[in-house]
Design a protein around this ligand. Structure first.
Ligand SMILES: [Zn+2]
Length: 213
């Protein structure tokens, strides 16, 4: 009989043999490193498996899994993905092969070298712009004739963008811009209606190439 008392398995230290389960396996009472008062029971097999195989067996009171999922959510989870998507979309928009190249590439809209760096491009972008301050924030160029860079970019809400455009009248140019925005997949019809202060039905007609074509 192996005595596990005093032995340590990842975060769990075995305190005593507590009871036998219905299969006759020894169940040990353990204490977790994190200091939690939660009582942790584990069979010999669970402890040994936990030690050797990463995803099975018991290794903590549950704190380890909680820390891991928290970390995943903040570094590789949703926040990370949203900024990464914005950065990717920006690069696609400015590429020569983009179907909307006449609006970006042909106009000489480029991206600063810092954000295009092959190894640190995204990290630099995130460092300069910071995380998206709220879910629907979009990357906006302050001077729309200039490049994407720290000095010329900001995160804006749809409402902010709308305010910037309060006096804009519907035109062919604007309709084209609306179609580009809609096709980018970043805006719903309703959001575009708010953004441009145009009725939902007009937005629908523009998107479906019924007016201003
Ligand atoms: Zn714990």
């Amino acid at each position: 009989m192996i005595d596990l008392v005093g032995q340590k398995f990842t975060r769990l230290t075995v305190i005593s043999m507590h009871h036998l389960d219905k299969y006759g396996n020894r169940v040990w009472l353990c204490k977790c490193d994190c200091g939690s008062d939660k009582e942790v029971y584990a069979t010999t097999a669970e402890l040994n498996i936990g030690q050797k195989i990463s995803k099975r067996g018991k290794k903590s009171c549950g704190c380890l899994q909680r820390e891991r999922s928290k970390k995943a959510n903040t570094t590789h989870g949703k926040t990370y993905t949203l900024e990464y998507k914005t950065w990717e979309h920006m690069k696609v928009r400015c590429s020569e092969n983009n179907k909307d190249h006449e609006w970006y590439f042909d106009k000489g809209i480029t991206i600063c070298e810092r954000w295009l760096d092959p190894t640190n491009g995204f990290t630099n972008f995130l460092e300069d712009m910071g995380p998206r301050p709220f879910p629907k924030a979009t990357l906006d160029r302050i001077d729309s004739s200039k490049e994407y860079s720290k000095d010329n970019c900001r995160w804006l809400s749809i409402q902010d963008q709308q305010r910037n455009r309060s006096n804009v009248k519907l035109s062919k140019t604007l309709a084209d811009e609306i179609r580009i925005k809609y096709n980018s997949g970043n805006f719903t019809q309703h959001e575009l209606a708010i953004l441009y202060n145009i009725s939902n039905s007009n937005i629908w007609s523009i998107i479906n190439n019924i007016i201003w074509i």
